[in-house]
Design a protein around this ligand. Sequence first.
Ligand SMILES: Nc1nc2c(ncn2[C@@H]2O[C@H](COP(=O)(O)OP(=O)(O)OP(=O)(O)O)[C@@H](O)[C@H]2O)c(=O)[nH]1
Ligand SMILES: *[C@@H]1O[C@H](CO)[C@@H](O)[C@H](O)[C@H]1NC(C)=O
Ligand SMILES: [Mg+2]
Length: 478
Amino acid sequence: MKTSTTLVSLVVCLTHGFVPSQPRSSSLSPSTELPMVFDFFKKRSEEGLDQLSRFSDAASKGELGKGLADLASYTRESNEAFATGLAKSRNRLLSDLEGLFTGSGDILEDLQDILLQADLGMMTSEDIVEEVKSFREGSTKFLSRDDLKSVMRGKLIEILEFRNSTIRFAEDNEAIPTVLFILGANGMGKTTTIGKLAYRLRNEGEQKVLLAACDTFRAGAVDQLKQWADRAEVDICEPSENAKSPAAVLYSALETAIAGGYDTLLVDTSGRLSNNDALTAELVKMKKVIQKRLSMQRDENDKPVLNQDVPHESLLVLDAAQGRMALDSAKVWNKEVGLTGLVLTKLDGSARGGSVVSISRELDLPVKLIGVGEGINDLRDFEPERFADGLLGIGAAGGTSSANEGTFLAARLEGLRKERSERAAIKVEDPKKSETSAGIDTSAVNKAVIQATAPLSTNPGSSKNRKKSKCKKNKRKR
Ligand SMILES: Nc1nc2c(ncn2[C@@H]2O[C@H](COP(=O)(O)OP(=O)(O)OP(=O)(O)O)[C@@H](O)[C@H]2O)c(=O)[nH]1
Ligand SMILES: *[C@@H]1O[C@H](CO)[C@@H](O)[C@H](O)[C@H]1NC(C)=O
Ligand SMILES: [Mg+2]
């Protein structure tokens, strides 16, 4: 099952570079017509098939080499980003696991401690330990390092894939721009994320992008966003004499986005006000401004009915290095403003990559994007499989040269689960048979067996006066 999704998503990226860009006209949100590039728009079903046929067209025209080169470079870059971005977290986790095999304590208890130390959180650590335990119960075989890795990998992927990491864009029939509302405490990386995202949307999605500089609180915030607009070559709406407050800038940006046929509006917000309640109130107000301006209906008094389907995303930006410290404010915003997903930044500088799992689980929100550096190219789609491999040192995303390790471990896990259900069936048939292994202290023997196998790799990796609002056009290379 995994193989087929991967295939489609990889094929989707093949068109990058050789599908002609659509001319942009009055159609406001052509997101579903966009050439689907990378995993960014992850519309795997229909478009995936469409791209497959375009890919075979290209192949029949002799352009296969180019397609394969694009595919190869995308895969390589993506693997490198996860391998480098998670190097610190991985090195710590792997060296702790190494200690597991040479230590003298109870292996399952030690394993749980290590997983907690890796910031994976209580629920996930227990899930992993429980499954490891279940593979040992009633079995005379012992778990190898690979078995252990296969369980950790499988559990992490299951947990992270449970929530939908795809960014939602406006549908064609909505005839409104996509609005992505970006919020978070100060210094988390909101403005930087917007700059990188604008760049990707323009380059990969060939979108017409507008930024709204709604952080009017911090001196220098507008200039910082302006610099990103220049780098990404997208347009920006900034405060003016007539539109000074965040809500007023936002309103004029919405007007500009609609009138100018923009595909996507990215809204930057302040991370700090006089106090947290004031900030929350401001964010709630801004959300209402969006819902009102993009209203599709009027009530009996001819007042616009708030459009609950917008903003298309309200993304909370969190600094991964802060780990769980940011959880309290995240919970408040989730309740008061309503969040649709998370952006985890600064994974590159942090040894707390595992917190991605616990934060996503605790807030019950998908991670949609990750920041792996300060550069314009350092924003990646969140890909659960690559993330798990990056954290556990598996395959290319884990900084090793063994390309098929992930597939091998997935098969190993399937085998273990099959053996387990076969044992369960025997147990029901003949309860006496399963008693044979009951008296063995597996932990001591297990450790001996594990010790005899090769060490885990700790390779760090290869790697309102709308008319007067100041909405500045940036020269765009098209
Ligand atoms: N290493 C690294 N640094 C990052 C990343 N994302 C952001 N930063 C840095 O973090 C710092 C803060 O980023 P900003 O984008 O200004 O954060 P903000 O949330 O907009 O902060 P306020 O506007 O003060 O609320 C900057 O120095 C960024 O370069 C990342 O993924 N990796
Ligand atoms: C995930 O979300 C995207 C965007 O909203 C949507 O198009 C897609 O159908 C969703 N996928 C699943 C499996 O729910
Ligand atoms: Mg900022």
